[in-house]
Structures are given as structure tokens and as C-alpha cells.
Design a binder for this molecule. Structure first.
Ligand SMILES: [Zn+2]
Length: 346
């Protein structure tokens, strides 16, 4: 995913969008927009108890669709809509809408087709990319068997709605960690994020939250850097699909998108078959989790002040941009990411 930080965005978005966002935030924060003291309430799972995904038949697949790690994608212009904030207005091109959203949807459909061939019975796709505010998959072209979770804000943004009923978790279009030499590499709002001293990328953080629910990761697709670092992070227990070889942040050796789709379809089929045989294990770490993170150096100081003001997470500030916390609940880490996102998006 990708964060869109301009503080002036609220003023620029116009009254209709302000109202829509205020309503969305009001839904997240039952006490209304009262500021920091309302945040702990937003983490109460009860708020969303009636918003569970409908039950699915058979073996359930949860798929997180990001964009930086899609076949062929090498540049921000290809994965940004231009509506995410002032800073992003010039960072789009017609290629994004005309081609790359369609490519994204086709990759997701390929994963679903393969999973179905492998014996899966139902599919949930969660928008994992911040471009167009988490609304990138073309709903009218998506496999009709899939349920799509889209838009922003949504709780534990990359795996909204995941629970113990799912048989497996898949990531397509994923990208390497902040500081790694992968295409468009980054990690939420952080330059560095560790749990128990181990660096986790976006896939790793979500795999830990899923692991606590007993859900394992069976497929990860993206560039060679992403697949290699995630294998080291999670162990070898998933099928990695290398869709391109990173030459740098904005260059890669690529294959035809059609060829990549057949690789993803074949991998998803194997992933479901092997998952059903119990060959993959949930990603677990020792508790309590010692979480440490450093906000992006490019952020203005007020973002760090905003994060320092977050309540209910037990955050301890170690330096200007660095924080630590201890928890036994991986979901709390997910809700922390949501809260940090709200800070850097306002
Ligand atoms: Zn993304």
C-alpha cells in the first residue's frame, strides 16, 4: 500500500468529500470526531461485530491485492490515481486508469481461478493499495464469485474482515520493505518496523495478525526482492511468485502480464492444494510482542507529535521519530497502523 500524507488535504477535498469522510470517521469513532481520547474506542471489535463478512461455502481464500508488485509496474504514475492528495495530483497518468487497474483485476482473477481449481469454494478480495483510496480493483471485471472489500478508512486496512473461518491468506502485487532494493519499496508510514527485533514488511505484519487467528500465508507475488525477504521473514512456508526482477526503485526486468497471470494461477492452485493438506503453518512469534518503529524521515515533525499523542496503545517515545510498545495482541498492532495512518492522512 502507499500512504498519502498532505496535511492540507482536508481543506482541498471540498465540502461533499469532507462530509463523506467525516461520516466514515464518525463510524470508526463512535464518540464522534473528538480527537485522541476517542481512539481507544475505535479499537473495540464490538464496533464492527455486525459488519462481519457473510459466511462463505467450502474452503475460504482471503486475498490482499496491492499494486506495486504487479507484473510490469515500475513507477508511481502507474499505481496512483491523482486524487489521493495535493502531492499526488501530478503523479498519475492515463496509463494508471486505462491499463494498470485492469492488470490488477486480471491478476486477482487469475489467483481466484487457480484457487478454485485447487478446490477453494469462496473468495474475499481486500483492497491493499492506497491509490484511489483503496478502490483500485475494477468491480465490474472481478470474478463474480468474489466478495470485494474496498474504500477507506477500514479497520486493519490490508486484511479488513479476516477471521478464523478463512483457510488461507494470499498476497498479490506485494512490494519489498522500506529500505530494501525492491521496486517502489516501502512499509506503511515507517522507515523501520520490527517485532522482537525482527524486521517485518507489510506482508509480514499482516501475516503475524493472521497467524494469531490460525490463518497461514500460502502465496506471495511480487518482485524478487519482496519474495526473498518475505521467505526469510516467515520461513519457507508459502509459494512465492516472482513477477519481475528489481533493477532499482523504478526499474525491473519484466515478463508479459499474460505469462505472469498463468504463473499466479498455477501457484494459487498449488497453494490451495498444499494448504488443504496442512503443508503451511501460521506465522507466529513469541509473546509478548516487543514492537519498535521509526516514522519516515520525510514526514514533518507534527506527524511524530500526533503519533506520540495516540492513547490506548502504551506507546513509549524513544527519540523524535522512534517509538516502542509491548503487547500480546497482534490485532492491536493492526489498529495502531490504522491510527498512525489517520495521523499522517490529516
Ligand atoms: Zn500499494
Amino acid at each position: 500500500m502507499r500512504f498519502i500524507p498532505p496535511a492540507a488535504r482536508w481543506l482541498l477535498m471540498g465540502p461533499r468529500r469532507q462530509l463523506a469522510l467525516a461520516l466514515a470517521l464518525a463510524a470508526l469513532l463512535p464518540a464522534g470526531l473528538k480527537g485522541q481520547e476517542a481512539r481507544p474506542a475505535s479499537r473495540d471489535a464490538g464496533d464492527f461485530a455486525s459488519k462481519k463478512l457473510p459466511p462463505g461455502k467450502g474452503f475460504r481464500v482471503f486475498l490482499v491485492a496491492d499494486m506495486e508488485g504487479m507484473a510490469s509496474a515500475v513507477d508511481t504514475h502507474e499505481v496512483i490515481a491523482g486524487v489521493e492528495g495535493e502531492r499526488y495530483r501530478s503523479l498519475t497518468s492515463s496509463d494508471y486508469w486505462d491499463r494498470f487497474r485492469s492488470l490488477l483485476t486480471k491478476e486477482v482473477n487469475a489467483a481466484i481461478a487457480g484457487a478454485r481449481e485447487g478446490g477453494a469454494g469462496s473468495f474475499v478480495v481486500n483492497e491493499g493499495h492506497g491509490g484511489n483510496l483503496f478502490a483500485n480493483v475494477l468491480p465490474w471485471e472481478l470474478d463474480p464469485d468474489a466478495i470485494l472489500v474496498r474504500g477507506w478508512p477500514k479497520p486493519i486496512v490490508m486484511i479488513t474482515g479476516l477471521d478464523e473461518s478463512f483457510g488461507t491468506l494470499m498476497f498479490t502485487g506485494a512490494h519489498a520493505n522500506a529500505g530494501s532494493p525492491g521496486v517502489m519499496a516501502h512499509n506503511f508510514a515507517f522507515d523501520d518496523f520490527t517485532v522482537n527485533g525482527k524486521k517485518l514488511n507489510e506482508v509480514g505484519i499482516n501475516a503475524l495478525i493472521a497467524g494469531e487467528m490460525g490463518v497461514s500465508v500460502s502465496l506471495v507475488s511480487g518482485d524478487d526482492v519482496l519474495v526473498a525477504e518475505t521467505r526469510e521473514m516467515l520461513g519457507s512456508g508459502f509459494i512465492g511468485v516472482v513477477v519481475k526482477k528489481a533493477i532499482g526503485r523504478n526499474a525491473a526486468i519484466t515478463w508479459s502480464p499474460a505469462r505472469v497471470r498463468s504463473l499466479i494461477e498455477e501457484a494459487a492452485k498449488d497453494a490451495v492444494r498444499r494448504e488443504r493438506k496442512g503443508e503451511f503453518a501460521p506465522f507466529l512469534m513469541e509473546k509478548p510482542y516487543q514492537v519498535a518503529f521509526t516514522l519516515r524521515a520525510t514526514y514533518p515533525p507534527e506527524y511524530a507529535e500526533g503519533v506520540a499523542g495516540l492513547e490506548g496503545f502504551g506507546l513509549e517515545r524513544k527519540s523524535d521519530r522512534s517509538f516502542v510498545l509491548t503487547t500480546t495482541d497482534a490485532k492491536l498492532i493492526g489498529h495502531l497502523l490504522d491510527a498512525v495512518e489517520e495521523v499522517v492522512l490529516k
